[in-house]
Design a protein around this ligand. Sequence first.
Ligand code: GLY
Length: 370
Amino acid sequence: MPDSVWQKALDRMAKRVDQTGPQLKGAFPHHADPVTGEWTTTPDGDWTGGFWPGMCWLAARSTGGARYRRWAGEWAERLRPRAGSDTVFRGFLFYYGAALGDVLFGDASAREIALEGARQWAKTYNPNAGCFPLGDAAEEASDVGQGEASIDTVQGAALLVWAAQAANEPAWRNLAVFHARRHIEFCIRPDGSVCQSASFDPVTGELKRRYTHKGVSDESTWARAQAWAILGYALMHQWTGEPDFLEVAGRTADWWIAHVPASRVAYWDFDAPVGPETEHDSSATAIAAAALLKLAAAQKDEQRRKEYRAAAEATARVLVEGYLDARGILDRGCYSKRINLATRSELIWGSYYLFEALHVLAGKLEANRI
Ligand code: GLY
């Protein structure tokens, strides 16, 4: 597609950022009604509070707009109290919400906030299990605590790799690598499909069961589990250079490409019975598009690079042409079908990843920069 198509989509999404900021009154956007455009917000950012400042860091980078930079800094500051909350999702919060400010702008205040999040999260590592547990304050309503894990947390390990460099704490890099490796055992099935969650014994570290928080069943493949795996391992390879992470990212991406419907937009679970009413998940699909761009950039083999790039472009294209409306709202994300929460909605993380992918496709950002 010509660069101008990606740029126009990016402009639409930037308009939505313009429209969102003044609505928020200091809260964090979580999900929005795609008809009215009205956001449901959270006061403290829940698990998604990093994505709004993340979009602002990106908008500031591509447009130079001072207002975006100011919003990014303000919402990064609002994340500061979350450094001490007992949730593995501090990885999402402080990577996108604050570390991006250091990576893209060398912003000292954002760097300090991100380091505080990383420092406090690093203390929760369980050496017996070789991973960070979900924690008692993780957003999944049940099955959280010190013996639970999920694939949604591999991305967050990149915060610690960044922080290991930024604070000269090499041990943090090791913890991040152990965490990501343990989740290969926990969540990646031999065929490359992904099981969202696992329970382990916090004392011995022994794996007790594999299950799902948000999918159809423990044996099914929840679309975001698959997408988070591709993204998490591509990002961890990007930050560490470890070859096994690239292999897992490739294997899970190949499974996605082989199983996604011909339309390229995933249903909310790959095993959901399909009928006219079955919900898609544009957010899982946006995560996959952003991850495929990283995977393409990491390939040494030219043919593989072209294949992943083509898959990323085709995926972003269907989102831009069929799911992103004229106001810049990415419609038809499915937050949680199991509890019927925001099943056909704009989801802040879906918007973030499409926005990131469009930055790469429009030539505004290197795929392996953030
Ligand atoms: N817990 C992350 C997600 O719902 O995708």
